[in-house]
Structures are given as structure tokens and as C-alpha cells.
Write a protein that binds this ligand. Structure first.
Ligand code: NI
Length: 249
């Protein structure tokens, strides 16, 4: 069985957990965390006394306990708003994941380069945003492979992550596509509302630890909302990561 299918299943079953199951898992997690914190706190204090463990190491361990969440941006790159989004992310020292459309990559290669240089993860969102299941296998594969090649020609790296348009996978998409499908947990519908307060509220109401948030980097309102989402969730103990850290850690 391919890695791609495993990860699809992992992603969906996580989304299907009932609320009480999540609570139960979370409670158990908290009990373990509390016990672990007490134990490791005692151990580290001793080690620090003896000058064995540098203070920076303790600081790093504390940060590792933050709740992870991932911002993802689809349908770019956009010539104006993607660079604005990159500036907001840089201001907050946050890394995100951008799922790019091949036809936009062709138009704005310099923006693709900028996304890479800023240290974000670049994924594939097909070439023309067509619903892959409505295409033949060859056409669907061409949508994916053409975009991978375009991104590779600019960045020197083939994308590992694929977000199919509309979250709609082609059942037989097994051609040469050996990629991890990445869906989402919180859909901001930012492209539809283009209302930054509404986008922010949608995230704050629904977000949970290890969620993947779906946004689009082609709108001014999404740029503004992203800044507020980052500021608010960081105060709530969240840490923004790229999708690989959610899927594989
Ligand atoms: Ni899209």
C-alpha cells in the first residue's frame, strides 16, 4: 500500500473522531503531560543545579509543548497578495504551506521563488483547478505532473504534497503520482466572504490542536485575517507549523 493512501486514511479518521473521543484523548493527554512535566521539571532543575543542562535547552523543551496548527494557502501565487502574505508571515516568524496552481506558477515564477526563499513549504494544487475525478486518469495525472515540473524548474525541488481542487481525489490517480494528499480541518471560506472579521471568527470558533486551516492568498482580506489569526492563536498557546509537522510528528 502506498504511503499516499495511508496518509489519506490517517487524515480522514482524525477528522471523524467524535467530540467525546477527542475530549477523552485530550484528558488522558493532559494527565500524562502533567505527570511528565512534574517528573521532567524535577529532573531538569537538578541537572541545571549541576550545570549539566544549558538553560536554552530547557527553554526549547517548553516550547515543544505548544499546540500545533498549520496555515495553508491555496490557488496562488498571486502577484500582489502573496508577497503581502509573505510579509505578514515573516513579521510573525511563521512558516506556512502554499498549494500552487500550475497556470499561476507559469505567470509569476518570481513569487514562487520568494515563497521558497522565505522557507515555506510548496505543494501542488493541480494545473488549472479542475475537479480531478471528472477527468480521465491521464488528464488528472497531467494536471499534477505538469505543475510538479513547473515548480521543480523554479525551485529545484519536486513538491511532496498535493491538495486536489475541491478536496476531490481521482480514485485511480496512481500513475506517477506518489504524493501525500493534504486536506484540511477548518475551511475559512475566505474566498467567498472576503470579510476579514468573519474569517478570523470562523477559525477561532472551530480550531483545535493539530488542525490544518484552509485559506487563500489571493485576497487582501485573507492577508489581514491571517495576521489576526496568528496573533490571537499564539496568545492561546498555539504554534504555527507547516503541514509535514502535523502529518508526520
Ligand atoms: Ni483551490
Amino acid at each position: 500500500m502506498s504511503g499516499k493512501k495511508n496518509w489519506r486514511r490517517a487524515g480522514r479518521s482524525r477528522a471523524k473522531l467524535h467530540f467525546w473521543e477527542k475530549c477523552l484523548v485530550f484528558d488522558l493527554f493532559c494527565v500524562c503531560l502533567a505527570a511528565g512535566a512534574v517528573m521532567s521539571g524535577v529532573g531538569k532543575a537538578k541537572l541545571l543545579d549541576q550545570g549539566v543542562m544549558p538553560a536554552a535547552q530547557v527553554q526549547e523543551d517548553t516550547q515543544a509543548e505548544k499546540k500545533k496548527v498549520a496555515l495553508t494557502f491555496d490557488d496562488g501565487p498571486h502577484p500582489q497578495y502573496t508577497p503581502e502574505m509573505l510579509a505578514i508571515l515573516k513579521e510573525h516568524d511563521v512558516k506556512a504551506t502554499f498549494f500552487l496552481l500550475g497556470e499561476e506558477v507559469e505567470k509569476y515564477p518570481e513569487v514562487v521563488k520568494e515563497i521558497q526563499e522565505e522557507g515555506h513549504v510548496i505543494g501542488n494544487h493541480s494545473y488549472k483547478h479542475e475537479q480531478l475525478s471528472k477527468l480521465t486518469m491521464e488528464q488528472a495525472c497531467a494536471q499534477v505532473n505538469r505543475t510538479n515540473k513547473l515548480i521543480f524548474d523554479i525551485t529545484g525541488v519536486y513538491p511532496s504534497y498535493l491538495r486536489p481542487p475541491f478536496g476531490d481525489w481521482h480514485e485511480k490517480l496512481d500513475c506517477e503520482v506518489n504524493m501525500v494528499e493534504v486536506l484540511w480541518d477548518v475551511d475559512t471560506l475566505d474566498w467567498s466572504s472576503q470579510n476579514h472579521a468573519g474569517i478570523v471568527n470562523k477559525v477561532l470558533k472551530n480550531v483545535q490542536e493539530n488542525d490544518i486551516i484552509l485559506m487563500h492568498d489571493g485576497y487582501e482580506t485573507s492577508v489581514t485575517a491571517a495576521g489576526e489569526i496568528i496573533e490571537t492563536l499564539e496568545k492561546q498557546g498555539y504554534e504555527f507549523v507547516t503541514v509535514d509537522e502535523i502529518l508526520f510528528d
